[in-house]
Every structure is written in C-alpha cells, then in structure tokens.
Design a protein around this ligand. Structure first.
Ligand code: KG4
Ligand code: ZN
Length: 335
C-alpha cells in the first residue's frame, strides 16, 4: 500500500510517500522557521497561508522524486491534530479533496503518534512494547506503548513542555527561535557547575514533569547577574548550560523511572527535543546501567515531517481504519 502523508500542524509543511512493503519512497519538507523568526515565535495566520502556498508543489515534488503519478496512490494520511487549527485545516482539506478525486481512503492521524512511531522508519526499528518519551514544543509525555493504538499515558508536563521552556529561555537570552538548538549551542561553551538549577518534581514519586519553575529560576539568575553587572558572554553560556543540564537530567531521571515501572528494556525518544545532544549522551549513560536500549528517529525526522505521518497512517490504514464522512481537525487531542 502506497500512502501519501501530509503534515501541517505548525510551522513545517511536510509531505512523504511511504510504501508498506518497501518503506519510505520520498519525502520533502518546507520549514517556515525563517518567516516566524522575525516575530520570535509561530504566527498562526502566517503559518496557514504558507501551508497553502507550499503544500501542492511539495506533493508534486514527492511524486516526481518517487517516479510516480497521483493515480499510483492507495491512500492518504494527514495530521488531524493536535496543532494550530488553521494550519491543520490546510492539510486536512487537501487530503480529503485529493482522496475524493482519486476515490481512495483517507485518514486523519494524531501528530504525537507520528512522532512516537518515527523511529520505525529506521533500519533497526524498536519492537513493541516500549516506553516513549515525547518531547516537543507542545508536549512532554511518557507513554507506555504496547502496540499500534495501545498507548497509556504514564506522565506528562503539568505546565510548559520541555521544548517550550527551551524556546522561552532562548528569548530571555536574546537567542533566535527555535530556542532548542540556539540554547544548546550557547550551552556548549558554558562552564559546568557554576550554577546548579533545580530538577523539578524529581524529589517525589511519579512521572509528571514541570518546567515552568525552571524558566523562572533562569530569569531570576539572569536578573541577579544584571544587577551585579556580571552578565557577560561567559555568564550567559553558563546559565544556558545550567538550564540545559537541569532539563536533560530531569528527563533522564523520569525515563529511568518509567522503564523500571514497566520492566521494559526499550525506550523511544521522539519530538524536536530528541535532537538534543546532551539529552542523547545522558540517556545513553542512564540506559546502559539498566541494560536497556534507546531508539531515536533519524535527525531529520526528530522535528515535524511528513514521513512520520505517512508511516503512522499506513500502519493504521493497514488495520482497516479510515475517516468516514468529512474531514476532521482536532486542535486539542489527547493521545
Ligand atoms: O516536534 P517539533 O518540531 O514541533 C512540535 O511538535 O512542537 O519540536 C520543536 C521543539 C522546539 O521547542 C525546539 O526548540 C525544540 O523542539 N528543539 C530542541 C532542539 N531542536 C529542536 N530542543 C533542544 N535541543 C535541540 N537540539
Ligand atoms: Zn511535532
């Protein structure tokens, strides 16, 4: 079955063609990051309009790259939520329009299910069951995964998502959006141990997260440095490092707990923050001690992309699922 996947939930227009027998045939992505950077974050209306501009040419590009025609498609999958409603509608209406014209099934998939299954695009995919840490700009969740559609939420952030905290701290440090990569780059020249930030909610049992206090702690530290006339380039890097270490440590502690609680030996880490180098190093060490294995998507499939949606859609469509009736978008949608 050849499935076209469409992702348009936020600021990336992603399209891919996935074949259930031969795997990923082609994928293309247009990132709107440069357009939103001037505003310090995603502007929803600009995002929707740009998806309209990019989507059809990207679909054509993917078909051309795979040497196929749209009549070769067997089904279409699109991100139905969660995300920005206008942006979601662009993907949903395009998918439904094409599917109706081609008389093929169409399915709206959950964006986070796409992230969660993205490591299955790799040559060494994780077997079920596993624990998934989903860390993006909108979510920080630990999920017990027993199979396709068999997801149990074990814990999540009670306030900001980890990626959101990176983005907000980047703003405090006058760094460009998106904040994850820029905070991380600055942190690389930070001195270890000059500041030690709290590891929120690790001093009590449970698998929930909280990153809002860490953001406030960062702000307070920066203000104190300004007051003491000590906020030079090295101090900014030292703060970035303390913040990144606190987020990474907190995530690693909770992943260890989730693996112990389930008895599983496999951890999948996905979503934009899974690209973070310090997180990968830290999880590598933590999981080695538990004789557990960690799986990541390919770096280009860590952030939003069409391939993960094509894959998640293909797996569900293969089970006979598809949209009945009209298109749906679900801006707020629990996994
Ligand atoms: O999954 P994603 O592309 O979009 C959402 O669904 O949110 O994740 C984007 C988030 C942003 O908050 C960005 O700052 C963060 O992922 N991010 C990172 C890194 N690369 C992207 N955070 C930390 N370190 C990184 N290297
Ligand atoms: Zn995402």
């Amino acid at each position: 079955m050849r499935v076209l996947g469409i992702e348009s939930s936020c600021d990336e227009t992603g399209v891919a063609l996935y074949d259930t027998e031969s795997g990923l045939l082609a994928d293309a992505l247009f990132s709107q990051i440069d357009m939103h950077a001037a505003y310090g974050g995603v502007v929803p209306e600009l995002a929707s309009r740009d998806h309209v501009r990019r989507l059809l040419p990207l679909i054509q590009q993917v078909l051309d790259d795979a040497g196929m025609h749209r009549t070769d498609l067997d089904a279409i999958a699109y991100t139905a939520g969660p995300g920005l409603v206008g942006a979601l509608m662009v993907g949903a209406s395009t998918a439904h329009g094409m599917a109706r014209a081609l008389n093929i099934p169409v399915l709206g998939v959950h964006h986070m299910e796409g992230h969660l299954l993205a490591p299955m695009l790799e040559d060494n995919p994780p077997a079920f069951p596993f624990v998934a840490l989903l860390v993006s700009g909108g979510h920080t969740q630990l999920v017990q995964v027993e199979g396709i559609g068999q997801y149990t939420l074990m814990g999540e952030s009670v306030d900001d998502a980890a990626g959101e905290a990176f983005d907000k701290v980047a703003k405090m440090l006058d760094l460009p959006y998106p904040g994850g990569p820029s905070v991380s780059a600055l942190a690389a020249s930070g001195a270890p141990g000059r500041f030690r930030f709290p590891r929120p909610m690790t001093d009590r049992p449970g698998l929930d997260f909280s990153f809002s206090g860490l953001k406030t702690h960062t702000m307070t530290t920066l203000k104190a440095l300004v007051r003491d006339n000590a906020l030079d380039e090295q101090a900014r890097a030292d703060v970035a490092r303390a913040f990144e270490e606190a987020v990474v440590d907190t995530l690693a502690i909770k992943c260890r707990r989730a693996l112990k609680a389930t008895g599983y030996r496999r951890l999948v880490v996905a979503g934009g923050v899974s690209a973070n180098k310090r997180l990968r190093d830290s999880l590598g060490n933590a999981l080695h001690a538990l004789s557990a294995e960690v799986f990541y998507p390919h770096p280009r499939f860590c952030t939003d992309n069409g391939a993960m949606i094509a894959l998640a859609g293909a797996l569900r469509l293969s089970q006979g699922e598809h949209d009945t009736g009209t298109m749906h978008t679900t801006p707020r949608w629990p996994l």
